[in-house]
Design a protein around this ligand. Structure first.
Ligand SMILES: Cc1cc2nc3c(=O)[nH]c(=O)nc-3n(C[C@H](O)[C@H](O)[C@H](O)COP(=O)(O)OP(=O)(O)OC[C@H]3O[C@@H](n4cnc5c(N)ncnc54)[C@H](O)[C@@H]3O)c2cc1C
Length: 374
């Protein structure tokens, strides 16, 4: 399907754009990134360049500023971006909260938030997990008590990626303790500059400051900032999680593996392992294309399956990159080591989290078992 001659012109247009407009310093910054969550100092300038071209949000409908591409064109664009070494854009705004604002937002919420997400003016973080609520997300306790036109929030969120950069958070809060835990949750859009919010850093195993614990101490949020009905936030969250988990893993992973493969100093045993992984990625790509066409399974089922396969492949590639890097992975004293090798170890460590975040892979396997086997 990807070789269809009718799509060749589109691929060439994307390739030519990337060659002309992806600045070297952004490409270098992306190559040295140790996480899939790229620092906004690198991702936001690239988002602005894409926005000027009308290409910042390939998945959005044209009426909200998307380019109006077909599924397969979006896939080709993602593959070309990965091959060119472009940074990932932050998913929390463009890929996670935007689709639910489109689906559940009032006309006023859509008109206010969507253009600011597209341009990068607003940078979002996701306030779902709490110290006592991760896999069992419905156990969340951050209380939002109604008071006049506002809610008053008390409690905390944890593992909040890029909360220290974000000026907005979308959050699940408890608005009722009656009935099933899922039935008392609401979905709020809030301003991180609101008095009473404190962001405390958490360092990862790799030494990065990527996520945080966020504390709420009598934080007033207008009820008008609720997305959907009160106590109906669980449906909004489930809708959003399909976008968080689904997606295109293969293009980025193929880009990484091809850069490893292109090295001439790889020993034959390792090369055979890399070649075997290339075949697995082709199978993953085939499954992603099938998911895009909606063949043979529900979006939620594909989202869980692709999350497992994509993140586990990423971890295998991390191991191959460390083996390829050898001594260079530890000693980049002169700064001359090729980026993929220099960051092999921190990336390996950072990527341990990939099978945990967005719902752990054990939970995804559980969902598949329940969906498929009843
Ligand atoms: C790098 C990173 C970034 C993150 N970013 C965000 C963010 O921006 N916003 C946010 O809200 N959250 C974020 N998270 C949190 C993430 O969603 C949770 O870590 C995840 O849902 C798991 O929850 P937990 O950490 O509480 O682990 P737990 O739920 O305590 O699970 C611990 C272990 O038990 C297993 N387990 C639990 N229940 C079951 C079960 N029923 N069956 C089988 N196994 C089970 C899990 O698979 C896991 O291995 C992030 C996490 C990481 C690691």
């Amino acid at each position: 399907m990807l070789n269809d001659p009718a799509l060749a012109a589109f691929r060439e247009e994307a390739r030519a754009f990337l060659a002309a407009h992806l600045p070297d310093e952004i490409r270098r910054g992306a190559a040295r990134a140790t996480s899939v969550f790229i620092d906004p100092a690198i991702s936001l300038p690239w988002q602005r360049i894409l926005h000027a071209q009308g290409w910042a949000a390939p998945d959005w409908p044209a009426e909200y500023g998307g380019p109006g591409w077909s599924e397969i064109e979006r896939y080709i664009f993602a593959a070309e971006c990965a091959a060119a070494g472009a940074p990932n854009l932050a998913p929390m705004g463009l890929k996670m909260v935007a689709p639910v604002i489109m689906h559940y937002g009032s006309p006023g919420q859509r008109a206010h938030y969507l253009p600011r997400i597209l341009s990068g003016e607003d940078y979002w973080c996701q306030g779902f997990s709490e110290p006592g609520a991760g896999s069992d997300l419905a156990a969340l306790q951050l209380r939002a008590a109604p008071d006049g036109d506002d809610y008053v929030l008390n409690g905390s969120k944890i593992w909040t990626t890029h909360a220290h950069f974000a000026n907005r958070m979308f959050a699940l809060v408890r608005t009722s303790s009656e009935g099933k835990p899922q039935a008392g949750i609401s979905f709020l859009l809030l301003d991180m500059a609101t008095p009473g919010i404190t962001v405390e850093p958490i360092r990862t195993l790799a030494g990065d400051h990527e996520f945080n614990q966020v504390f709420f101490d009598d934080v007033r949020v207008p009820q008008a900032n609720r997305l959907g009905d009160e106590n109906a936030g669980w449906s909004v969250a489930k809708h959003l999680l399909t976008f968080e988990r689904g997606g295109k893993y293969a293009p980025g992973l193929i880009g990484r593996l091809e850069r490893l493969r292109a090295r001439e100093d790889i020993d034959p045993v390792l090369r055979a392992q890399i070649d075997r992984e290339a075949v697995t990625l082709k199978a993953l790509q085939a499954l992603e294309l099938k998911a895009m066409r909606g063949v043979g399974g529900s979006p939620a089922l594909y989202a869980s399956a692709l999350k497992i396969l994509g993140t586990e492949a990423a971890q295998r590639i991390d191991t191959l990159a460390c083996e390829a890097a050898g001594h260079a992975a530890w000693a980049d004293a002169d700064g001359q080591t090729p980026a993929d090798l220099a960051v092999a170890v921190p990336r390996y460590l950072n990527d341990r989290a990939a099978t945990i975040y967005a719902g752990s892979n054990e939970i995804q396997r559980d969902l598949i078992a329940r969906t498929m086997l009843g």
